[in-house]
Structures are given as C-alpha cells and as structure tokens.
Design a protein around this ligand. Structure first.
Ligand code: PBG
Length: 325
C-alpha cells in the first residue's frame, strides 16, 4: 500500500498543517436583540444563552463581541407598540434606530452595525410587510415602507442593512433610495436565499412574534435550489454588497452554490432553531456542546461562506482567541 491518508492525521500539528478551512473571530457576526421598555435582560425561551437586551445592556453585549474580535453585530429591535403598518420601524426615535445610534456612538468604526430591515418585529400581525385588504402581503407597498425605514437607519449611522423580508425588488429599491439621499456608503447585506423554515421557531419568541400561519408566499420553498440561483442573481444585479443564505446547516448546498455564483462575499446564518437543537442535545448529554458548535461553524465556512452569522459568535471568538495564544 502506497497511499495512506492516515499519515496526514497522525498528530494535531500535521492535521493543522493540512487543514483547508479557517475560522477567525473576524468571520463572525453576532445577532443581538433589544427590547423596548425592558429593565433587566431576559433570556429567550428556546434559545439558551441568548437574551433580549435592554437599551443599556445591548451596549455591553456589543462591546463584549467587539473585544472578542467579532467585527459585526446584527441588531433586531422589539418595540413596545405595534400596528398594522409597523410604523415604529420608520420612527427616527424608535427602538431600533435609537439602538443603532447608541452602538455607533459607543464603538464607532470598530464594529460594523447591521440592522434588520424588515417589518415583522413592528407589525401587529407579524408579517414582514403590510397587508392588502384581502390579507396577502403587499409587495410594492411594503417596498415604500422599507425605503423609509432604510433612510431612517442610514441617518442613525447604520453600516449595513440586513434585508430579511424577501420582498421582490427590495435590494434595488433600497439602493436607489439610499443613493438618492447621498447614503452611498450604507451597504446592503441581502438575505438573498431565505427559506421558509421550521428552524426559525425560537426566533419568534425572541421577537415576541404574533404571526399566525407561515411566510410561504414570500420565503422560499425548501424543495428548490434553482430558485436560489435566481434570487441570489437578482440581489447581486440590484446592488447587494453581501449575499446571505439562511438557515445554514440544512442549506450548505445553497451556501456552496452562492459561493460559486457570487463575486461578492457570502454569509450564512445559523438560526435560532439550529442553536436550540445543539443546546438541547448538549443539555441532555447526547452531544458535546463546544465541539459540536465549532463543527457547525467550520462546516459553514467549508461550504464557502466568508461570514458566519451566529448566536454563538462572541463565545466562539473568545474560544478561538484563547486557542491561538
Ligand atoms: C425576519 C427574520 C426572521 C429571522 C431573522 N429575520 C424570522 C422569520 O423569517 O420568520 C430568523 C432568525 C432566526 O431564526 O434565528 N425579520
């Protein structure tokens, strides 16, 4: 026998020497939740270790991410009041806008601040857009509100807008609206391929969603991959700066596809249900927690994502820092 692949697995040093995939704190993006009116941070049901932050404590969470070497946070705001059009999303003094401003004031250019650009946290019906009288999501009317929301967040100093609503034409509409107002440096992190997924379950409690039913008329059908080629291409054509695939682990084929298709950076989002599965299995003693978490992050990188958006970002970054000392 001449070929012995095991030769390159004999020691930890040789394994590192030939390792193809890297994971650095700078590859990670930390999602954070801020809840208006909250006085103490509150742990989220189904998301062990993930908290709804107060306006004060989210600054500490952002600083902790930054000191761990994480370069970006993705902020979700939960307003105290909701209505049919999600008007708090476009309020310059609304919870999300205030928080973006505060994080930028505190951390400046050290940290890339991404704001979730979507109405579902702000509407009383929980859909990602406004509804027609027939109760369906009105794509083009929603775009007009997204434009207002984008300008409000741009004025607050946001770096990137995370377009998670899956409305047709949203990236192009926002790019035009931003440029018309001189916000040429505000970028778009496009949720380009976003599937209607059961793995968003715990997120719904994180943002106290009132949604009944599902999002299948705007998010993608998980039986399709070709559709992602179309969605990703459209977002790239419309001026997306980064394209994201979501969820991550059940969609690594799509992450790979995106990395082949796109000249721009690709991100993938390890979502709430993926966190919940690992944490529950680890708590039950069925799997080893940290190795499992690292394996998922490396798998997403191996599939071709530059950026891994993960609730574990700060913890993983701290681990990687220690590991490399
Ligand atoms: C919608 C949005 C969702 C998530 C991020 N942005 C929920 C949805 O599409 O239903 C899910 C994230 C997660 O599950 O971790 N604004």
């Amino acid at each position: 026998m001449i070929e012995r692949p095991r030769r390159l697995r004999t020691t930890s040093a040789v394994r590192s020497l030939v390792a193809e995939t890297t994971l650095l704190p700078s590859h990670l993006m930390q999602p954070l939740f801020v809840r208006e009116g909250l006085t103490e941070p509150r742990e989220i049901a189904g998301m062990p270790g993930v908290w709804q932050q107060t306006e004060q404590s989210i600054l500490d969470a952002a600083k902790a991410a930054s000191s761990a070497g994480v370069k970006s946070v993705m902020v979700f705001g939960i307003p105290a009041k909701r209505d049919a059009t999600g008007s708090e999303a476009c309020n310059p003094e609304g919870i999300l806008t205030r928080t973006v401003r505060a994080i930028k004031r505190e951390l400046g250019d050290e940290l890339v601040v991404v704001a979730d650009l979507c109405l579902d946290e702000f509407t009383d019906h929980g859909h990602c857009g406004v509804l027609t009288s027939a109760g369906t999501v009105d794509n083009d009317a929603t775009l007009r509100l997204y434009e207002q929301m984008a300008l409000t967040l741009a004025d607050a100093g946001v770096d990137l807008l995370g377009t998670s609503g899956m409305m047709d034409g949203q990236v192009g509409a926002l790019r035009e609206a931003l440029d018309a107002e001189g916000h040429i440096d505000v970028g778009i992190l496009a949720y380009a391929a976003k599937y209607a997924s059961s793995f968003y379950g715990p997120f719904r409690s994180a943002v106290e969603s009132t949604l009944e039913g599902d999002r299948k008329t705007y998010q993608q059908d998980y039986r399709n991959a070709r559709e992602s080629v179309r969605e990703i291409s459209l977002d790239l054509e419309q001026g997306a700066d980064i394209v994201m695939v979501k969820p991550a682990t059940a969609y690594l084929d799509i992450v790979h596809l995106a990395s082949q298709l796109s000249e721009k950076p690709v991100a993938a989002y390890l979502v709430s249900g993926e966190l919940a599965m690992v944490e529950a299995a680890a708590a039950a003693g069925y799997i080893e927690r940290l190795p499992a978490i690292l394996e998922l992050h490396y798998a997403v990188r191996r599939a071709g994502a530059q950026i891994v958006c993960s609730y574990w970002a700060t913890e993983v970054a701290n681990y990687l820092k220690k590991e490399n000392q």
